[in-house]
Design a protein around this ligand. Structure first.
Ligand code: C5P
Length: 397
């Protein structure tokens, strides 16, 4: 897929620059030629010697380099690649790119290039969140620049939050996607996520607990494998992933309508915590509190979205995956749920409060398929998502 491609890799000056060495190796493993360019600041973090040794090509550093200019002018250099990749893209580089500054070789190449540009930002969390950086990010996206990451996590500076350079496999997947690759390229996958809110009146509602973290991680993992992801989400705590086709809903019935409108899809993953009931005759105006009087609520059953799709006679997705959050007899309950709902797989998890899974960063799941139950070790929700997305890709191809 990537073999024979040429990438102009612009290495910015941040502590994450060391990951570029691994990135270059992995790109070259895939048959990609890497032409490295380093900013002056990048040289403070990695040596041009290491970069050129791994790339197998000389590093370009200076705008006014007479020897290199005679061999290949900087304008020509900006055009030789199939993709210009900036990693790490520092706050400073992003600002210069967004504003069209061209004071050194890297920024001149970025101004002169006619090939697509992808950036992998990396910086301190405050710098990432700063209004100026967010403004520059929006400008760059508006200019058609593809953005990979950044990730959340511990940072070299000791802080925690968004700003970490994406991991090398994530950058590779983004590059593969750029060139139309990935095992799920050309496949449409639907993901439901988050809770649904069922109104009691305009200010009150009933809902299930759900942060949306697992559904979001699954959508991101599917994107990384090249899928087109239709993400139908209720009001979740976590932000929806960038790059999905986003459908925001509130109630179960709205979620069902959005799901039906998204069909046909090759696979559907139902990670939403849909409320089983809605309030009968929800009030259009706020129910007034009156001393000594308690309102009584009656319920109607909500549609089961997973079962509706899994049991479709025509146009059923090839693979339908449900979730089962259980507190007792996890495997037995999930196995019978798979049968009852008619889905292909159930991802079962034990959500007893003492497991800390609900709202936490980790998950311990059992995958129930036609073949039986498969316990996965406890791992981060992102890791669960990666593994599920890979299984899904294997099942579809
Ligand atoms: O029946 P239960 O709610 O435990 O089933 C969980 C699975 O069914 C999840 O995959 C959830 O997204 C899905 N579901 C649904 N519509 C409902 C209830 C659950 O899609 N009304």
């Amino acid at each position: 897929m990537l073999a024979g491609k040429r990438i102009l890799l612009i290495i910015g000056g941040g502590i994450a620059a060391y990951k570029c060495l691994e990135l270059i190796r992995r790109l070259r493993d895939r048959g990609v030629s890497v032409t490295p360019v380093m900013t002056r600041a990048a040289e403070e973090f990695v040596t041009p010697l290491s970069v050129s040794a791994l790339a197998g090509e000389a590093v370009h550093q200076e705008l006014f380099d007479l020897t290199k200019e005679a061999e290949m002018g900087h304008i020509q250099l900006s055009r030789v690649a199939d993709l210009v990749l900036v990693a790490p893209a520092t706050a400073d580089l992003m600002a210069k790119m967004a504003n069209g500054l061209a004071g050194d070789l890297a920024t001149t190449l970025l101004m002169a290039t006619d090939t697509p540009v992808m950036i992998a930002p990396a910086m301190n969390v405050r710098m990432w969140q700063h209004a100026a950086t967010q403004r520059n990010l929006a400008l760059l996206q508006g200019d058609g620049v593809t953005v990979v990451g950044p990730n959340d996590g511990d940072m070299a500076c000791g802080e925690f939050g968004p700003g970490r350079l994406s991991e090398v496999p994530e950058i590779l997947t983004a590059v593969e996607r750029h060139f139309g690759g990935g095992p799920l390229a050309g496949k449409r996958v639907l993901v439901t996520s988050g809770p649904t809110h069922e109104p009691i009146d305009p200010v009150r509602y009933i809902a299930n607990r759900s942060s949306g973290a697992q559904g979001t991680a699954i959508a991101e993992a599917l994107l990384r494998l090249g899928a087109e992801v239709i993400f139908v989400t209720g009001p979740a705590d976590v932000a929806p992933p960038k790059g999905v086709v986003l459908r925001r809903v509130e109630t179960a019935r709205e979620m069902l309508a959005a799901v039906e409108a998204a069909l046909p899809v090759e696979a559907a993953v139902f990670a939403a915590a849909v409320a089983d009931w809605r309030v009968r005759g929800a009030s259009d105006s706020k129910i007034k509190k009156q001393a000594g009087q308690l309102p009584s609520l009656e319920f109607d059953e909500n549609p089961d979205i997973l079962a509706t799709v899994a049991q479709m006679k025509a146009g059923r997705p090839a693979l339908v995956v449900g979730f089962a959050a259980e507190t007792d007899d996890v495997i037995a309950n999930a196995t019978s749920k798979r049968q009852r709902k008619g889905c292909d797989w159930i991802v079962a998890n034990d959500v007893r409060p003492e497991t800390g899974i609900m709202g936490g960063a980790e998950n311990a799941v059992t995958l129930i398929t036609e073949e039986g139950a498969e316990d996965w070790p406890r791992m981060g929700k992102r890791a669960v998502a990666e593994r599920l997305a890979e299984r899904l890709a294997a099942a579809l191809t």
